[in-house]
Design a protein around this ligand. Structure first.
Ligand SMILES: O=P(O)(O)OC[C@H]1O[C@](O)(CO)[C@@H](O)[C@@H]1O
Length: 226
């Protein structure tokens, strides 16, 4: 499994990248708004992220028609070679994804909540598909169960005949709220988990690691004083 950081915060991205395990970043309009950034600085901001991260950086189109999404997508893709255009899973989004994929521009289809949506995204040439986990939990449904269905259904077939460079479509477990979401996503075979920085920090922690470290340090002190 690969990890993407789900944020537009440059400090968090720099910190997570320095840990050596980061494979990419996903942003969305909400995450960019949270940085306090202006519309006029959006492309520069994505460029800064692309300079920090050696891997795919998803930047979302907020357009609603296929022509506008394609225009947006082309502009976003021109920012840096590692930009992936994020497109919502809807009719206009599917049509735009087909055009962008045919032009060699990788697309991450987002706001995916069902197996049929995921299959259509894969057929339209999406390079990544982002089924949401936490937002199902928010409405008292089981997000992990929904994710497992998408992972299984997409894994049953080969979609590489219609993706950019014939690369395999990858499933990004999105809307991740806990380290357990990551564990379960990895067990079911999701390719990538995109996690907020708070979850990434929790992933590295374990009380037994802390306790073990503490006793090693105390014993090492005894060695030094012997
Ligand atoms: O439900 P949340 O925590 O807002 O997460 C939304 C998800 O949508 C995305 O835009 C999907 O790629 C991710 O950035 C994020 O994981």
């Amino acid at each position: 499994m690969k990890f993407f950081l789900d944020t537009a915060d440059l400090t968090e991205i720099e910190e997570a990248a320095s840990w050596g395990a980061l494979a990419g970043v996903t942003t969305n309009p909400t995450l960019y708004a949270r940085t306090g950034g202006k519309l006029s600085d959006f492309h520069n901001h994505i460029k800064r992220i692309c300079d920090i991260v050696d891997g795919p950086v998803s930047a979302e189109s907020v357009a609603m028609t296929r022509d506008e999404i394609v225009r947006d997508g082309r502009e976003l893709a021109a920012i840096a070679p590692n930009v992936v255009v994020k497109v919502p899973t809807m009719v206009e989004g599917l049509a735009a994804t087909r055009t962008l994929a045919d032009e060699g521009i990788p697309v991450n289809m987002t706001l995916c909540f069902s197996v049929p949506q995921a299959i259509l995204a894969a057929r339209a040439g999406a390079r990544y598909i982002s089924p949401f986990v936490g937002r199902f939990d928010d409405i008292s449904d089981d997000g992990l169960d929904q994710l497992s269905k998408v992972v299984a259904a997409i894994g049953n077939y080969d979609y590489s005949d219609n993706t950019v460079n014939h690369e395999q479509v990858e499933i990004i477990a999105a809307s991740i709220r806990s380290a357990n979401h990551v564990t379960q996503a990895a067990l079911m075979g999701a390719d990538i988990a995109t996690v907020p920085f708070g979850v990434l920090k929790k992933m590295v922690q374990h009380p037994l690691t802390d306790r073990g470290l503490d006793s090693f340090m105390k014993d090492w002190e005894k060695v030094q004083n012997a």
